[in-house]
Design a protein around this ligand. Structure first.
Ligand SMILES: [Mg+2]
Length: 259
């Protein structure tokens, strides 16, 4: 895996000739450092400025693709003229129009039920955060004592199991997080691919930047269709390139804004 900046001349050439440039960006860990508690995450004003600038450019199309719920994501970003994708692709807002993946809304009652059980059974483990994402429910354990994590995971799996057996949910994993999602074959990869295809007429130069396991679906899906960038220490990721951290993502976006 190569560092993006070592390959810059080649990318620069492609940026010059591209009619449209499509930027697909994960949020937490990509545009902002991972916060201790998800609600504490805040987009730094410098990053916000670069994104606003890019979103206003005619050649650029910016989409933020996150595991957060759409309403949460919109509260955190507040930039006009970008595409917001929440819940790993299950929710989207594009040009002021909201979409929810049709089968996802069927899962709302299940998620409500799960939320009650999780809150009751996990309240004794200090630091656990149960996040209601409407079409999903996440358990964050970043602020749980290390020695309590195995017990927490055991309880969560035990709670999820009957729902999984009835095929009412599937389990997702993220950084210090476990979540129940609707049992639908739809992920960041599928939604990224769909977005790229929706601009096919313009033969866009597409980039996807992400730092987590769920972004790997997009790295695979965009293989041959776009430039994929893993944010973090290069390891087993399927992305073509890497950037070391959020700071380097900022430098990268700033470089793009010259085109
Ligand atoms: Mg992330």
């Amino acid at each position: 895996m190569q560092h993006v900046f070592n390959f810059w001349q080649n990318i620069e050439r492609r940026l010059c000739s591209a009619k449209r440039i499509l930027l697909l960006l994960d949020f937490d860990g990509t545009l902002i450092p991972i916060a201790k508690r998800p609600e504490e995450a805040k987009l730094p004003s410098e990053m916000e400025g670069i994104l606003k600038f890019l979103a206003r450019k005619k050649r650029f199309e910016v989409a933020i693709i996150s595991g957060r719920s759409l309403s949460d994501l919109k509260q955190k970003i507040k930039i006009r003229n970008i595409i917001y994708v929440g819940n790993h692709g299950l929710e989207m807002e594009r040009k002021g129009k909201k979409f929810i993946y049709p089968q996802a809304s069927k899962s709302i009652p299940t998620m409500k039920e799960l939320k009650k059980i999780l809150k009751a059974r996990l309240s004794s483990i200090k630091g656990t955060i149960v996040e209601d994402k409407i079409v999903g429910i996440a358990v964050h354990y970043r602020t749980v004592k290390n020695s309590d994590v195995p017990e927490l995971k055991r309880r969560v799996r035990q709670i999820f199991r009957p729902f999984m057996e009835k095929k009412e949910i599937k389990i997702g994993h993220g950084k210090k997080m476990l979540e129940a999602r609707p049992p639908i074959m739809w992920d960041k990869g599928k939604v990224a691919s769909m977005l790229v295809d929706s601009f096919k007429r313009d033969k866009p130069l597409s980039f996807y930047l992400g730092d987590d396991k769920t972004d790997e679906d997009a790295f695979s899906a965009l293989d041959g269709k776009g430039i994929t960038v893993f944010v973090g220490k290069p390891g087993k990721s399927k992305a073509n390139f890497f950037l070391k951290n959020v700071g380097e993502v900022g430098i990268f976006l700033k470089r793009l804004s010259a085109f």
